[in-house]
Design a protein around this ligand. Sequence first.
Ligand code: ATP
Length: 488
Amino acid sequence: MAKLAKLDDIVSLCKRRGFIFQSSEIYGGLASCYDYGPLGVELKRNVREAWWKDVVRMRDDVVGLDCSILMHPLVWKSSGHADKFADLVTVCKKCNTRTRVDHLEDHADEHTEHVPVETALVDAADLDKKVCPNCKTVGKFSEPMAFKLMFETQMGANADDTMTLFLRPETAQGIFANFRNVMDSTRVKIPFGIAQIGKSFRNEVTTKAFIFRTREFEQAELEFFCKPGTDEEWYEHWKQRRFQWYIDHGIKAENLRFRDHDPDELAHYAKACVDVEYKFPFGSGDWQELEGIANRTDFDLRQHQRGMRTINDWHEAGGDLQKITLKDEDPEYFKGPLSYFDEQAKERYIPYVIEPSAGIDRSTLAFLVDAYDEEEVDGKTRNVLRFHPTIAPVKAAVFPLVKKHGMPEFATKIANDLKSSFSCFYDQKGAIGRRYRRQDEAGTPYCITVDGDSMEDNTVTLRERDSMEQTRVSADQLKSLLIEKLGL
Ligand code: ATP
């Protein structure tokens, strides 16, 4: 029986084996920022690659993009983030802890949609009954206020040309801002998608829970543009496709589910939204969002058309976003610069957008949690990460049984040959049993041992991580056999 992982077990394994470290640890750490160590960086790279392969490379209808993190401030005015991307917070008068109002009642379970400020205001009505999650004092809260989630920074070398910019809080807006460029430079025809993986930044009020919610994180987002009227079909397509992706890469189906957003939870422009949720082992062991899939209609492209018409006002206001309001929409907005001409139907329209939006770090945490297992073997605890081979940071490890009789040379030759096809680790230190255990803990699917017989008959021992079964295979056939077994 697989053991249910606790977050503490995962955090300690991640530190011990070099998956994930606290950022700036030698200076006491920086809250809610994390660094990926030697194994973690490979793991995260594999998660990213697996997403890119499924969403971009294997399809003819999706292209990729990599936008800069810093963008023109009007991007965030048009998207609504500059005015509305905020959480409603209150401060405990006793201990000074700032908490999101919508987290107060059931703070323990860390259930954390960004609730629109207007909705959170309803909750704020009875603050005097609520408990501070830090010091447990009841009803001693300050007047709720909006807390902006975007990080600001300054661009420009001279005082008179310095401009306030935002670190992007999502990657999606860079895709909308490049919609025209991609259409003009490629032969894409609707339906098609533009995908991007990159860093996003949010000054989250509530963090904790390791890499589940951090202030700097990586997103994998797809904006799939389709003809209005076909949007529901595409929404269904991406919903199923994205759910299946997690299962295909080893997440147990019983730990995944869909959660449809209630109508009152939906953003005003969204026609439908569903979360793929994972049963994370923290908080109350509750289901929590792994990825959101939304039907965003034609809202974003229309908003950017309004923003493009506002550029002169922005210059006149000296770049102060607070002093401008977006220009009204042109009545003929559907013929605007971000419209699409459908050659077949001979009509022009603003496409609808289906957006699957995943977190690379949050998925990495789900893969770690789901793969974690402990079992008793010969009276000792064996820690093992049962990663799917595609996700595993190291695919194979090669060991000489002892450091003599030509075994290290034989094993090094094998390791070098395997390295040209996939990540492979060579280790000649310590007892063989201990070397196996170290690889189990790193999630390495196969170990290969070179022993005395290898020198005689050119065979090696192949040990499988999950069953610990050992078989004898020919060194000449090892690479093709592993490629087949790993499904590469
Ligand atoms: P949440 O409700 O968890 O705050 P959200 O609904 O605001 O997230 P989206 O804006 O839909 O999140 O972002 C899409 C995905 O990006 C999320 O499903 C999650 O995987 C990831 N993500 C968002 N915020 C963070 C964060 N602070 N840290 C790590 N991953 C994040």
